[in-house]
Design a protein around this ligand. Structure first.
Ligand code: HPA
Length: 245
């Protein structure tokens, strides 16, 4: 089976309209995935779904077993993965509620298991990661956003931070000088692991707050939750259109 898989992030632990037909084990050689991979049909098409932070949401970004998640999806038959990410907006165009389909990333995470190529190696492997996101999948997502008339950016640089705390204003200035447009905690090592497994990977990033120092006052979880509810409902619409297209 060649199927599209969705990795749901914060605010997206389930997919309504998803007719569940089965579940495959969360066990992998790398430990347990965040949840079993849920298999099902959406708009009559095969779809796989995994909730990155578990269901219910309980695994923080730095404790997600990214290797197990990607491995479980590959084992379940995925050949493409659309990751849904909640992010902070850095560039002025990245306002709250805006979608970004990033074309590049910068990795600031540390101490995460970030490769499948480390034990029992026949040879040392360095994947090409010049373009971290799959252009074909990116264009499909951008096409759906455009057809739906949703505010979005077809380009953007995703800065992946360690978390779980949010950044300082100085850190966000640094990321901005580095060329980052959005900031999130889950974009890496997910994207690199997908490439190692030869999975086409793209991100649908929803801006849920102005990054530290970019808005008025402090960043509160209440404000984020409010944006998340409506934004993730839109993300679900994007997913169903993407599958149907
Ligand atoms: N920073 C990092 N990760 C995030 C943010 C942020 O401002 N908002 C949502 N995820």
């Amino acid at each position: 089976m060649n199927a599209l898989a969705i990795i749901g992030g914060s605010g997206l632990t389930r997919l309504p309209g998803f007719q569940i037909t089965g579940e495959s084990s969360a066990d992998t050689p790398y430990g347990p995935a965040s949840t079993p991979v849920v298999k099902g049909l959406m708009s009559g098409r095969e779809l796989l779904f995994l909730a990155r932070h578990g269901d219910p949401h309980r695994i923080p970004p730095h404790r997600v077993n990214y290797r197990a998640n990607l491995w479980a999806l590959k084992q379940a038959g995925a050949d493409a993965v659309l990751a849904v990410n909640a992010v902070g907006g850095i560039h002025p165009a990245m306002g709250v509620g805006h979608f970004c389909v990033p074309h590049q990333l910068v990795d600031y995470t540390w101490g995460r298991s970030s490769t499948f190529f480390e034990d029992d190696l026949q040879q040392v492997t360095h994947i090409d990661f010049t373009h971290p996101y799959d252009e074909g999948l990116r264009q499909r997502v951008i096409g759906v956003l455009a057809r739906l008339g949703m505010a979005h950016s077809a380009y953007g640089v995703y800065g992946a931070t360690q978390g779980p705390r949010l950044e300082t204003a100085a850190e966000i200035s640094l990321l901005e000088r580095d060329g980052c447009d959005i900031v999130g905690m889950t974009g890496m090592p997910e994207a690199a692991l997908a490439r190692e497994l030869d999975l086409a990977y793209a991100s649908l990033s929803l801006v849920v707050n102005p990054a530290a120092g970019k808005g008025q006052g402090l960043i509160t979880m209440e404000a984020i939750e409010q944006v998340m509810q409506q934004g993730m409902a839109q993300a679900r619409t994007v997913i169903s259109q993407l599958v149907a297209a």
